[in-house]
Design a protein around this ligand. Sequence first.
Ligand SMILES: NC(=O)c1ccc[n+]([C@@H]2O[C@H](COP(=O)([O-])OP(=O)(O)OC[C@H]3O[C@@H](n4cnc5c(N)ncnc54)[C@H](O)[C@@H]3O)[C@@H](O)[C@H]2O)c1
Length: 314
Amino acid sequence: MTEAVVTGAAGFIGSHLSVRLLENGYDVIGIDSFEDYYPRWIKEKNLMAPKRHERFRLVEGSLALMDLKHLLDGADYVFHEAAQPGIGRSFGQFFDAYVANNIVATQRLLEALKGSRVRRLVYASSSSVYGNTHELPARESTTKMPYSPYGVTKFAGEQLVKVYNDNFGVPCVSLRYFTVYGPGQRPDMAFHRFIKSALEGSPIVLYGDGRQTRDFTYVSDIVDANMLALDAPPGTVFNIGGGDRVCLIDAVRMIGKLTGKNTEIEFQPPQRGDVRDTYADLTNAQAGLGYRPQAILERGLVQEIEYIKQLYNV
Ligand SMILES: NC(=O)c1ccc[n+]([C@@H]2O[C@H](COP(=O)([O-])OP(=O)(O)OC[C@H]3O[C@@H](n4cnc5c(N)ncnc54)[C@H](O)[C@@H]3O)[C@@H](O)[C@H]2O)c1
């Protein structure tokens, strides 16, 4: 049996990834500390699908505190999805949580993997490492200028992964995800908020002028990339995007059309730390991983709309 450990397994991406691994025959140990950034009942719902498999085991606890050596003993693969997300909140009094969950947790995980039999650690990095870059689409070599404390901590995690790869031979691959959407998307993220407001008939709060662009990536494409990363050379880093970028205001219009609801927009000032545009150059991901995004935004949004209808009974 091949054993995979998924950190952050109760989260949006970790739960989807766990299901794919279970479907592909892996034994999966999920680790999650159920951070209260968003409600536990949503994470419990995320876990319903992995928990249907007998080969799934959940361990509740924080990577920043728990004894990891023992837990990772039999791991063939580790997918490190656990993190404290959220850009705006990473300023000010909550920064400690970003240091603990994005930097300390990653360092402890890497320490525990030194000298282990692990064949790959796949690290969930982020497009936020690029910050407000003018080089679009961003290549992996584009200058890293994180624009938020969150981005700084995700980049620190990525650098730690490289340091343990190079010094101790812990075989690591980093994937820089660009805005992920789909069923299970976190409630703080734009599409989740937009769809919920549209379905409830409330105005959609849009920060900024709406002309900012994002490279949206459907969650199953992110899961595909993680599976492809298992064969990638250690020490490599790849952008994982959706293949295109879209203005937020156009995405709102699409949500209006798909929900059949009037989408009144309430414009508010841009949020601190939000970058203007993101767009991934996928040349390396295509050549090095064989990654090609499959999803089409409109179809992915339909899936997320169905999820949100069920989640809130709207
Ligand atoms: N969602 C996106 O658009 C996006 C984009 C770029 C990168 N990422 C990265 O992808 C990963 C998954 O993001 P997500 O959107 O699924 O977030 P999420 O918040 O839904 O999932 C993260 C999970 O990690 C858990 N966690 C946090 N700290 C932990 C710790 N110390 N020990 C154990 N568990 C801990 C949380 O409880 C949560 O369930 C994160 O690393 C995030 O930085 C996400």
